[in-house]
Design a protein around this ligand. Structure first.
Ligand code: PXP
Length: 240
C-alpha cells in the first residue's frame, strides 16, 4: 500500500496567525524527501486552510504527485482543469463542518457526476470519489467513468477498539471487494492513525491511504520527517 500525506493542517496552523509559518511548501518538500506516493490538499470553498497559491506552488514541485481534494462545484472543476493535478478526489463539503463528515452522495446525482468528471478524465487526471462504504454509492461511481473510489474510514476509525469495530471494519472490507468487482481501484482515508491503520492490510488490494491529521499532530512532537517515516513504514509493511 502507498501513503499519501494530507498537509492541510500545516496551513491551518499557519493561518492561525495569518503569517507564513509553518511553511506549507517546506512541509511538501519534506514529504517528497520521504518519498510519499502523493501529497494531498483539500482546497475548500472557504479556503480555511490550503489556499490557491499553496496548491499552485505544490503543483510546480518536480516529481511530486499532487492529489487535490475538492467539492463538485464549477469553480473547483475550472481550477482542476487549469492546474492539472495528478489526481482529484471529489469530496462533499459543508461550510460549518470541522472536517469532511461523510462521503459524497454520488447515487443521488449520477448524471451530474458523469458530466463533472468527463473533462477531468479527458485531461488524464485520475479521478476518485470519496464515498462511504455503501454498495449503492459504489455502483453509482462505477457508472461515472472514474477509475477510483476513496473509502471513508471515519466510522471504522471512531469505532476502533470498541464493540462497533468489527462491524465498521467488515463494512469497509465488503465495500472494497464490491468495488474491485466493478473494476474500481480503491483508496481509503479519514481518521486513520498510528494505532488503527494496521487493519487496512487486511483489505486486499487497497492502493493508497490518505492520512493527514494524525501525522501532522505527531510531527509537533517528533518532527514531520519522523512522523511521515513512521506512518510510511506502517502503511508500506512489505509483504502485506
Ligand atoms: N481523505 C479525504 C477525502 C479527506 O477529506 C481527508 C480529510 O481532509 C482525509 C483523507 C484525511 O483525513 P485525516 O486528516 O483524518 O487523516
Amino acid at each position: 500500500m502507498l501513503l499519501g500525506v494530507n498537509i492541510d493542517h500545516v496551513a491551518t496552523l499557519r493561518n492561525a496567525r495569518g503569517g507564513v509559518e509553518p511553511d506549507v511548501l517546506t512541509a511538501a518538500r519534506i514529504c517528497k524527501e520521504c518519498k510519499v506516493a502523493s501529497i494531498t490538499t483539500h482546497l475548500r470553498e472557504d479556503r480555511r486552510h490550503i489556499k490557491d497559491e499553496d496548491v499552485e506552488a505544490i503543483r510546480m514541485l518536480p516529481r511530486v504527485r499532487l492529489n487535490l481534494e475538492m467539492a463538485m462545484t464549477d469553480e473547483m472543476q475550472a481550477i482542476a482543469l487549469k492546474l492539472r493535478p495528478h489526481a482529484v478526489c471529489i469530496v462533499p463539503e459543508k461550510r460549518q463542518e470541522l472536517t469532511t463528515e461523510g462521503g459524497l452522495d454520488v447515487a443521488g446525482q449520477v448524471d451530474r457526476a458523469i458530466e463533472f468528471v468527463k473533462p477531468l478524465i479527458e485531461k488524464k487526471i485520475e479521478v476518485s470519489f470519496f464515498i462511504d462504504p455503501d454498495l449503492q454509492q459504489i455502483s453509482a461511481v462505477s457508472k461515472t467513468g472514474a477509475p477510483f473510489i476513496e473509502l471513508h474510514t471515519g466510522r471504522y476509525s471512531e469505532a476502533y477498539g470498541t464493540i462497533d469495530e468489527e462491524k465498521a471494519f467488515a463494512d469497509l472490507k465488503g465495500a472494497a471487494l464490491f468495488a474491485q468487482n466493478f473494476g474500481l481501484k480503491v483508496n481509503a482515508g479519514h481518521g486513520l492513525n498510528y494505532q488503527n491503520v494496521h487493519r487496512m492490510h487486511e483489505i486486499p488490494h487497497l492502493v493508497e491511504l490518505n492520512i493527514g491529521h494524525s501525522i501532522i499532530a505527531r510531527s509537533i512532537f517528533v518532527g514531520l520527517e519522523q512522523a511521515v517515516k513512521e506512518m510510511k513504514a506502517l502503511v508500506e509493511e512489505r509483504g502485506k
